[in-house]
Design a protein around this ligand. Structure first.
Ligand SMILES: C[S@@+](CC[C@H](N)C(=O)[O-])C[C@H]1O[C@@H](n2cnc3c(N)ncnc32)[C@H](O)[C@@H]1O
Length: 429
């Protein structure tokens, strides 16, 4: 009969016997948990040597001796030598110290403990072992299914027991708007949230999928209208976290691309509140892709310049457009478009350079407007183009760029390739 325990290893001595790849993996995992890892082996493989050099483990380069087990809480033996592993298991058993035996290709593990196949979701740790006899492949299969379920954000991961003083803030980049473009990490962060501080842009539909008792604070901004000032948002994040809550700051696109995420991180750090950032799919890149515009294209252009339309052209952006060396992506550029066009033409940019304006990219009502630079402001006005929109300027924005011509032959068919999946990681030894 096997019981699954959560064992606190931080600061506790653990012995790893053996110097090969299995021992290295075990030692690394133990070091990651904060255990004081002692390795005993005449030789160690490179990853284990690296761990020792990095200070994650202490190495005695000799054969193991019974006295090595004198003051340790746990033993892992993975020497690959049947007699040595058996001796280590016997010494540990005599001392009432649990011992994990990695076993070998033709030898089942004989220790008194087994390593579960584990997966983390935030501070939730899930472990899988077989109750009767090791079955590593099955444990890994079950673990992977559970991990996928947790990653999908389907499980409410909020703490039920209060953790005073352990609040934190997670800045989540929600992507341009389509909920499918919210990352797995973003979804998982939302599954842990007690409170979500949300913007007007981004995957707002995901808010409807949150449990009813998750508090949602709308601090959404629209152009020219800022319902909640940034200082107030910063104060709110800090105050909620200081109440011990997990606060997700859900932002459109990526938090660090014109998202004022840096200011929010600074505010949290200044207040001593733990803060982390989940990157998001920025509209700076996603809008063009969603509209079928490749920001770089072999033989056309190989660089991208992203700018804020309200700041006007930088010298670098104008130079890049004049000499066709980069595509320019303009965020917050709808109201500024007439002025941008005027200044670009005055700055010597080709009046016929193609422009694409992508409104509400990735959302069901996405709309793309194509026009040459000298006409785009008038065309956009006539079509009633509104924010949020991304303006792409450059030859990659030509509407027919990706329309095949006779000069672009279809690729030849290739034989099927054998893609045998790699063997699963062996655990539950
Ligand atoms: C304050 S910036 C935030 C940018 C965001 N952090 C990002 O990485 O996408 C707001 C601007 O992003 C652009 N934007 C955001 N979402 C968009 C979308 N779905 N479609 C088009 N433009 C979008 C617009 O230019 C909008 O004015």
């Amino acid at each position: 009969m096997t019981a699954l325990l959560g064992v606190e290893l931080a600061g506790r001595a653990v012995l790893v016997v053996g110097g090969g790849p299995v021992a290295a993996r075990r030692a690394q995992a133990l070091a990651d948990e904060g255990a004081l890892v002692r390795v005993v082996a005449p030789h160690v493989c490179e990853p284990l040597a690296d761990l020792v050099v990095a200070g994650g483990a202490r190495w005695s380069d000799r054969e193991v001796a019974e006295t090595d087990l004198d003051d340790v809480w746990l033993v892992h033996t993975a020497t690959g030598d049947r007699a040595t592993d058996a001796a280590v298991v016997a010494w540990a058993t005599a001392r009432r110290v649990f011992c994990v035996d990695a076993g070998g290709p033709r030898r089942p593990a004989a220790g008194t403990a087994r390593t579960p196949a584990t997966t983390h979701a935030g501070d939730v740790l899930v472990g899988v072992v077989s109750a009767a006899g090791a079955d590593p492949r099955r444990s890994v299969e079950v673990r992977d299914r559970l991990a996928a379920h947790l990653r999908a954000g389907d499980v409410d991961l909020r703490r039920r027991r209060a953790t005073a003083g352990q609040g934190r803030v997670v800045l989540v980049g929600g992507g341009p708007g389509d909920v499918d473009l919210l990352t797995v990490a973003g979804r998982r962060a939302l599954a842990e949230a007690d409170v979500v501080v949300a913007d007007r842009l981004g995957p707002v539909d995901v808010l409807d999928q949150l449990p009813a008792d998750v508090e949602v604070v709308d601090v959404g901004k629209s152009p020219g209208h800022h319902p909640v000032p940034q200082d107030e948002i910063n104060r709110l994040l800090v105050e909620q976290a200081q109440r011990g809550r997990v606060v997700v700051r859900l932002k459109g696109g990526d938090p660090f691309v014109y998202g004022r995420g840096g200011e929010e991180v600074l505010a949290c750090r200044a207040a001593g509140v733990p803060v982390s950032v989940v990157p998001g799919v920025s509209s700076a890149f996603a809008a063009a892709a969603a509209a079928g515009v490749p920001l770089t294209h072999r033989g056309v252009v190989g660089a991208v310049h992203v700018m804020n339309g309200t700041d006007g052209w930088s010298a670098a952006a104008l130079t890049g457009l004049r000499d066709r060396s980069c595509t320019v992506v303009v965020l917050m550029g709808v109201a500024a478009l007439p002025g941008l066009v005027r200044d670009a033409l005055a700055g010597g940019v080709d009046p016929d350079v193609p422009v694409a304006v992508v409104e509400r990219a990735t959302l069901p009502d996405q709309r793309v407007t194509h026009a040459p630079l000298h006409e785009v402001a008038a065309v956009a006005a006539a079509r009633g183009v509104r924010a949020p929109a991304v303006v792409v300027v450059g030859h990659v924005a030509a509407p027919d760029l990706l329309t095949p011509t006779v000069a672009d032959p279809a690729p030849e068919l290739v034989d099927e390739v054998d893609v045998t999946p790699p063997a699963p990681v062996t655990m539950d030894a």
